[in-house]
Design a protein around this ligand. Structure first.
Ligand code: ADP
Ligand code: MG
Ligand code: ZN
Length: 479
């Protein structure tokens, strides 16, 4: 099969500043999820004539923090433009956004092996309202509904250069960006619609296609993979890839052609007359720079060093802020092998926590649970295998490990009187292994392993080994 041509991918990521209590230009609550339709609205976010926008200062500060965290340049002044288009989700028929002077330009995000995805610009803008299709999609809906609760929520549009070459790199970029935003405390990107992506993709010899409004990181990967194959196939057949906008259908997992994209002129950009440009004080920028929290890359390095973790494990931990926080809280409660603790969290518990996007951390599983489980291992009450078997119960039901050990009957057998009959049975059943072990001490491991198996891992390995050695010594004496 012919090798796939190189793809170029550039992303436009829309991120809601979910930590803000109010919208970008009015004091309506931005916590609109689950609220009855059109209850978080006022003349400003409904675009009624005569209403005037007032900029939310904290939104500007958050945008600057994001800019600094990505090492971009903060604009000298705050300026807004109007972008006109006619669509029911936009009550004013224009969106207040930034065009000529984005609040941030430049910057980058590091992905694997020191590769960098450059940021072109970041705009501060207002979210449009939400179109609700009663039938689930435009095709099965005889009418549509509009909910303006989302209209005016503060949004950052983060635009990258086309620096990614594979869907996997796009996912890596988005996961890193998400973790940076979580560490800054500006976006809880797990909320429905809080992070929405337009993905631009082209393959050698074709124009670029923009896939609009993809809802989740995994759909970005699927949409890009689908689109790269589609474009490649067209070119192989000698056809052309035209510049167009497409939609991602998450149910059928295909991209479909959408409206013809507006050109720059169609938007009739003009300065927003109700918000004259205002200088961004350098003092404010420096204050915000000084107050930046520890960010994922630095945190991964610190975790690796402070707790003796492999780089890979530290990186998985910081891929989500809540996961790294959980680890550090558990580590503070436990004085043993932190490396083993991190491995258990990342390799065992995480498997069962992924389903609901880590919402089980702190709500069901507590840091104390992880700390206690590690202590049970240290004290030899449970075996590693048993600890692994307990992961599902702990993650899904949040049961205290000490209680769980009793419930599952997982206690270690350390009493020699209880183990001796098992050892004798093993020796009787394995005469060849016994002969080997009499010659070669290394062959003892096999017999100890059989004792472990017969007790389903509950035997204390040290006691089992001592009993096997004693029994062999007796046999030697007889021989
Ligand atoms: P528009 O104004 O139409 O949105 P931009 O020039 O601002 O276009 O680019 C939008 C996005 O498209 C950016 O993320 C950019 O990286 C990406 N992009 C530009 N050229 C290409 C290309 N040839 N292939 C893939 N993506 C591209
Ligand atoms: Mg664009
Ligand atoms: Zn409002």
């Amino acid at each position: 099969m012919a090798e796939k041509p190189k793809a170029r991918i550039g992303l436009e990521v829309h991120v809601q500043l979910t930590s803000l209590r109010t919208k970008l230009f009015c004091s309506c609550s931005s916590d609109y999820r689950g609220a009855p339709p059109n209850t978080h609205v006022c003349p400003v976010c409904l675009g009624l004539p005569g209403s005037l926008p007032v900029v939310n200062r904290r939104a500007v500060e958050h945008a600057i923090q994001v800019c600094l965290a990505l090492e971009g340049r903060v604009a000298e002044r705050l300026r807004f433009d109007r972008k006109h288009y006619f669509y029911p989700d936009l009550p004013k028929n224009y969106q207040i956004t930034q065009y000529l002077e984005p609040i941030c330009t430049g910057g980058s995000v590091e992905i694997h092996g020191g590769r960098r995805v450059r940021i072109r610009r970041i705009n501060l803008e207002e979210d449009p309202g939400r179109i609700v299709y009663p039938g689930g999609s435009p095709l099965n809906s005889p009418y549509v509904l509009v909910d303006y609760n989302r209209s005016g929520v503060a949004l950052l549009e983060i635009v990258t250069e086309p620096d990614m070459e594979t869907p996997e790199e796009a996912v890596e970029f988005l996961e890193k960006l998400r973790s940076i935003l979580e560490h800054l405390g500006v976006c809880d990107c797990g909320l429905e619609g809080a992070m929405r992506v337009d993905a631009n993709v082209s393959v050698e010899g074709g124009e670029r296609v923009e896939i609009k409004n993809i809802g989740g990181i995994h759909d970005v990967k699927r949409a890009l993979a689908y689109e790269i194959t589609r474009q490649h196939d067209l070119l192989v057949k000698g056809r052309q890839v035209r510049r167009e906008t497409r939609h991602w259908d998450p149910l059928r997992r295909v991209t479909l052609p959408a409206r013809v994209k507006e050109t720059e002129e169609d938007y009739r950009y003009m300065p927003e007359p109700n918000l004259p440009p205002a200088p961004i004080p350098r003092g404010l920028v420096e204050k915000l720079r000084a107050s930046l929290p520890e960010l994922p890359d630095a945190r991964a390095r610190r975790l690796a060093e402070q707790y003796g973790l492999p780089e890979r494990v530290a990186r998985v931990l910081v891929s989500r802020k809540v996961l790294a926080d959980f680890f550090e809280d558990a580590a503070r409660l436990y004085r043993g092998d932190h490396r083993r603790m991190a491995n258990y969290l990342v390799n065992d518990l995480l498997n069962w926590l992924k389903d609901d996007d880590l919402r089980g951390l702190y709500t069901r599983v507590k840091p104390e649970h992880l700390a206690k489980l590690m202590s049970l291992l240290d004290k030899g009450v449970i075996s590693i295998r048993q600890a692994k078997e307990m992961a599902e119960h702990i993650a899904k039901k949040g049961v205290d490990p000490e209680k769980l050990v009793r419930e599952l009957g997982y206690t270690r057998i350390t009493d020699p009187e209880q183990l001796r009959p098992v050892v004798e049975e093993v020796l009787r059943e394995n005469p060849k292994a016994v002969r080997d072990a009499l010659e070669n001490p290394k062959a003892i491991n096999y017999l100890v392993g059989m004792v472990m198996r017969k007790t389903r891992g509950r035997a204390d390995p040290a006691v089992a080994r001592r009993l096997v050695e004693e029994a062999l010594a007796r046999l030697r004496g007889q021989g």
